[in-house]
Ligand binder design. Structure first.
Ligand code: KG4
Length: 349
């Protein structure tokens, strides 16, 4: 009898179809198909995302199993992202996972996408063990749909202590990028241009919320008004015309915007770490790929004596490895879900 614990995980919460395999806690494969179809629309189109998941899911799962050298009958359980995310997208992964678990007669494990992002810190790729945080730790979870500070007390025990009351940090990056004509998703483009700009060139309004909550909608408006006022002052009606008049315009704008977003994120995290007396601090989610945020983590770590944990680039954006890791911990806890479990769209942990 096969005593290995072998988990296949499926992630389909937004616009990445991903599958991964973990055997006894070691990651054997992690395969992701991204969807280019949304680029021309400047954002994810939910209906197109579900259709692309339907096209991608069979080859992605097949490739993940082949790369792992694992047969379907070797699997102990199937983990899947249950939410939060786009319902149509989640339904594709959920239905596929249910069908496969039923046909193989193995258990199903539902995974919260946000817990998955945090569990990215515990993924152990074959031959390259990673240093991971110990409990309790704080995790700044920043993606296109979420900006939260999570207190993590165990693999399956975590609570949101602060979150955005409007836009997520990634959304602020993407929406501001759109205003200045950068492609979707704009975060990586802003990051690239920011490296060439002066962070002190422009000043944007920072929110002033109590406790550990965030807000980014005011910053977005402040960014928009700065451009509007500059257009008026220079007598032009487009960002491109402004770029021709003001040297290094987009670079300076991006550097200043990125600096402000990071400043907002880090100030609240510092407050939480100090007040809760926690010095293990991690970052997760798509925005954790940002070079300025990664540098700020290292800097704060030195200044405030934090142990900082920054995930490898491959585990920052949506991927099934992190879902597989969370699923593996749930398997060890015998925490399975019923076959009639349904996906959910809204944030919860
Ligand atoms: O976690 P993720 O892949 O998807 C979810 O939203 O769940 O995050 C995507 C977000 C997008 O908003 C994207 O612009 C942002 O992560 N992002 C970045 C960078 N790379 C990805 N934002 C800033 N700088 C980056 N280098």
């Amino acid at each position: 009898m096969n005593k290995d614990i072998v988990i296949l995980a499926i992630e389909s919460s937004c616009d990445d179809t991903s599958a991964a395999v973990i055997r006894n806690g070691i990651l054997l494969s992690n395969v992701t198909a991204s969807q280019k179809v949304h680029e021309e629309f400047g954002g994810v189109v939910p209906e197109l995302a579900s259709r692309a998941h339907q096209l991608n899911i069979v080859p992605v799962v097949d490739t993940a199993l082949r790369r792992a050298g694992v047969r379907k009958m070797d699997l102990s359980a199937i983990a899947f992202t249950r939410g939060p995310g786009l319902l149509g997208s989640l339904l594709v992964g959920t239905s596929f996972a249910k069908g496969m678990a039923l046909s193989l007669g193995i258990p199903l494990i539902d995974v919260n996408h946000l817990q998955g992002h945090i569990m990215a810190h515990f993924v152990q790729p074959e031959g390259e063990p990673l240093k991971h945080p110990t409990f309790p730790f704080l995790c700044l979870l920043v993606s296109g749909g979420n900006s939260q500070i999570v207190k993590v007390e165990g693999y399956n025990r975590m609570s949101i202590i602060g979150q955005t009351i409007d836009d997520a940090a990634g959304e602020a990056f993407d929406k501001c990028a759109k205003v200045i004509g950068l492609p979707y998703p704009g975060g990586p483009w802003i990051d690239k241009l920011a490296k060439l700009g002066n962070k002190d060139a422009y000043h944007f309004a920072e929110p002033n919320l109590p406790a550990y909550d965030y807000s980014f909608s005011g910053l977005k408006t402040s960014f928009l008004y700065t451009i509007r006022d500059l257009m008026k002052a220079h007598g032009v009606d487009s960002v491109e015309a402004l770029s021709e008049r003001i040297p290094n315009f987009k670079e300076d704008l991006c550097a200043s915007l990125q600096y402000t977003i990071i400043d907002v994120l880090m100030k609240k995290l510092k407050k939480a770490a100090k007040e809760l007396n926690i010095n293990q601090v991690a970052v997760a989610g798509g925005v954790s790929a940002n070079s300025g945020l990664r540098d700020a983590f290292i800097d704060y770590g030195k200044r405030y004596k934090w142990d900082v944990f920054i995930p490898p680039f491959s585990f920052t954006t949506d991927n099934a490895a992190m879902i597989c890791q969370a699923g593996y911990f749930k398997y060890l806890d015998n925490d399975f879900c019923a076959i009639d479990e349904v996906p959910f769209a809204k944030t919860r942990i």
